[in-house]
Design a protein around this ligand. Structure first.
Ligand code: AMP
Ligand code: GLY
Length: 444
């Protein structure tokens, strides 16, 4: 069996790493095709190259990916980022009878359009922040005057995680409208905006895998979106994550499954578009219960780096169970130990960032027990690893408890260096205070 992973970040390195451990890599197993013979990754990065053959096709180049998959007789394609999903890669591969894991273009609108997602939530009675959608900036400003701050202004379309502006005053909210609708900083992604009530609480990420009818919920996790410690400074793609998130008790997980995940899967089916793939719900745990901040239709980054090292089940089998509509009987097995992922970023990130810095210490970090260094923005040149992206590495460690996972991860981080590297020092700290409530630790 040949597998193609699409993408080039830490999430894709974690996916390739986990796929490479698949039991189906054993060619004598009869139950899944012929075993994993080869993993390809498009375009991949300097770390992924150790486990997969990287091919230079961009994630936006759907025709190029399709041609490659047909030529190489790819048996399964796993898509990391949202751009090809929202552009309809799944529909195109399926037209050619190729197996691909992810939702259709229609179902991917849950991530591709915030207006679609909010209206879908209303239709299906899914708890979320109160909102209004606008395609006229003057109407949007009238509404801001009417309801008052604080408010959250969101560009409708994909904006690489930067299209959400939290506004404490009406002046800020009106400036956000100008930025998105008049200055068009997010181009056509900002033709419409969603204006939302500002929710208070703690955030968590819940990822589920769905076969269209049934779904399994992965262990919870928590992202750290802001660049600086104590959630200060601008938003980034995510500076680190840990799993499980103690705030997500077993009861809360059940509530999220019943009130949020199930209505999405059932609602999509009812509307004639089964949702097969990863459903990621960004949740705010408010005093009135869990509410949806956003949906993504793919594995989270860096959540995936903190979740997959804990997954004992075979990822390839899990994905095939989803594609074959057999998730109803699929039991996930987990390592009960918490996992922490710390992102090391390039100088300047999340603004314009430096590139081509030599990374040292990777071999030393690799030798540490229960540590894995996922590459995000790296490239390999003449046997050396250089930085090539804003988020450079996702240094990941397991520990018997969250404190040990944090200590072992930061110990590995300290072994690695490149010029002007920076990272948050408080990844996982929120979980420590809650470790007594950590009911999800040690789940089956
Ligand atoms: P989104 O891309 O929609 O998840 O938004 C990015 C981040 O903005 C979230 O992770 C939250 O930290 C914050 N956010 C989004 N919507 C709201 C809201 N309604 N209230 C408070 N914070 C929000
Ligand atoms: N960690 C946030 C995301 O993957 O969108």
């Amino acid at each position: 069996m040949n597998i193609l992973v699409v993408g080039s970040g830490g999430r894709e390195h974690a996916l390739v790493w986990k796929i490479a451990q698949s039991k189906s890599a054993d060619p004598f197993r009869k139950d899944i095709s012929n075993g994993v013979n080869k993993i390809f990754c498009a375009p991949g990065n300097g770390g992924i190259q150790e486990l997969a053959e990287c091919v230079n096709i961009k994630v936006e180049d759907i025709d190029g990916l399709l041609k490659f998959a047909m030529n190489k007789k790819i048996d399964l394609t796993v898509v990391g980022p949202e751009i090809p999903l929202v552009a309809g890669i799944v529909d195109k591969f399926q037209e050619k009878k190729l197996k691909i894991f992810g939702p259709s273009k229609f179902a991917a609108s849950l991530e591709g359009s915030k207006v679609f997602a909010k209206e879908f939530m209303i239709r299906n009675n899914i708890p979320t922040a109160k909102f209004r959608a606008f395609n006229d900036s003057l109407d949007a400003k009238d509404y801001i005057e009417e309801v008052g701050a604080p408010l959250v202004i969101k560009a409708d379309g994909l904006a690489a995680g930067k299209g959400v502006i939290i506004c404490q005053t009406e002046v800020e909210a009106e400036a956000a409208i100008d930025l998105i609708m008049e200055k068009k900083v997010f181009k056509e992604a900002g033709i419409q905006v969603v204006i939302e009530e500002c929710l208070e609480g703690e955030e968590a990420s819940i990822l589920a895998i769905s076969d269209g009818d049934n779904f399994v919920v992965l262990e919870s996790s928590q992202d750290h979106k802001r660049i600086f410690d104590n959630d200060q400074g601008p938003n980034t793609g995510g500076m680190g994550a840990y799993s499980p998130a103690p705030i997500v008790s077993e009861d809360l997980k059940k509530e999220i499954s019943q009130k949020i995940l199930k209505p999405v899967i059932d609602g999509m089916k009812k509307e004639g578009h089964v949702f097969c793939g990863v459903l990621y719900a960004g949740i705010m745990v408010t005093k009135d219960g869990p509410k949806v901040l956003e949906f993504n239709v793919r594995f989270g980054d860096p959540e995936t780096e903190a979740i997959l090292p804990r997954l004992k089940s075979d990822l390839v089998e899990l994905i095939f169970a989803a594609l074959d509509g057999k998730l109803a009987d699929f039991k996930l097995e987990w390592d009960s130990r918490p996992c922490v992922c710390v992102v090391m970023a390039a100088g300047g990130y999340p603004g314009d960032y430096e590139r081509n810095k030599l990374i040292s210490g990777l071999e030393e970090a690799k030798k540490l027990k229960d540590v894995v260094v996922f590459h995000a923005g790296t490239k390999r040149e003449n046997g050396k690893i250089l930085t090539s992206g804003g988020r450079v590495l996702g240094v990941t460690g397991l520990g018997k408890d969250i404190k040990e996972a944090i200590a072992s991860t930061y110990n590995a981080v300290e072994k690695i260096s490149f010029q002007n590297a920076h990272y948050r020092k408080d990844i996982g700290a929120k979980a420590i205070g809650r470790s007594n409530e950590a009911t999800t630790y040690g789940t089956k």
